[in-house]
Design a protein around this ligand. Sequence first.
Ligand SMILES: Nc1nc2c(ncn2[C@@H]2O[C@H](COP(=O)(O)OP(=O)(O)O)[C@@H](O)[C@H]2O)c(=O)[nH]1
Ligand SMILES: [Mg+2]
Length: 332
Amino acid sequence: MKPQAYVRTKPHLNIATLGPAGHGKTTLTAAVARLLGAAPPAGPAALRTEYETGTRHYAHADVPGAARQLPALDGAVLVVAATGGVPPGTAEHLLLAHAAGARHLVVALTRADEAGPGRVRTAEQDVRRLLAAHGFDAVRTPVVQVSPHAVASVQALLDAVDTCVPTPVRYTQAPFLLAVEDAADGTVTGVLERGTLRPGDRAALTPSGRTATVTAVRTFGKTLEAAQAGDVVTATLGGPAAAGLRRGDVLAVPGSIVLARGFTARVHLPAPPRGPLRLQLRTAMVPGTLTPGDAGTATVALGRPLPVEEGMAFAVRGEAGVLGHGTVTSVP
Ligand SMILES: Nc1nc2c(ncn2[C@@H]2O[C@H](COP(=O)(O)OP(=O)(O)O)[C@@H](O)[C@H]2O)c(=O)[nH]1
Ligand SMILES: [Mg+2]
């Protein structure tokens, strides 16, 4: 059977449900999918559900509470139960969300049905305090009480996402770059960070330095004539070089990548970086060191060279968990 073609009628955004385990992310994701008549997740983009609201097309990743890395995001829904207070580990989800590119959040307060108005109020205050502590807009971030069984509350959440997560600017004219989330049998999946990707394009593979030809481009199982920046892309590659690809690798226009072993950054580190560190840049996770400088700056050294660019966000991870995030300010 010939696969269906993807028909682009609305702006596409990448969002996720994130937050502590057991607070209702999967239940809420299922309720949203049910309300919008979305198909269950399929294929290599398995963790994501695709759906459309009146104004937008979304890829929604239901990120498990224990996940160590997030996909590239335009926004996120932080799911916290109104019962029992906001767990301390919730801060790590906010740090990761920031490093994944999400600057705009919507908070879903679940289990409001069990909590009572007093606890709901406290939970909202606690979440807003946490948002403020980690650089999110604590005043304007919507906090929506949701119950997976109340359709109106799920609709209210979607409306908040539609209106409060801005449509991102996509650099479709730039040379393409795709960070590999998943690779199998010469097929890779990831979010196209910039540019446009078409069957027939030549791609330079990092770190192998080899090149391969893109033979097919799909999103959620549908064929694309041209994937655009922001799309969740599954690309099939021809030639022997494609076989060794794995998570953390990068596909880009030949000659457009500069590798760096370090950089300077602006950092947000609520916990001091002690012990061995790992740095998460795009889908890669590498050992590294971080030397704090003046006023929220740091010099970062990477355990192996990576494509690094000014303005890129990254996460800093210690043995105990996520310590903070940063933004690259200069690459030597
Ligand atoms: N009463 C109530 N139970 C909920 C609500 N949301 C989720 N649950 C229940 O909480 C449990 C954990 O939910 P789940 O979606 O798996 O949490 P996740 O780990 O964040 O994905 C399940 O038994 C759900 O049925 C809610 O709003 N109200
Ligand atoms: Mg879950």
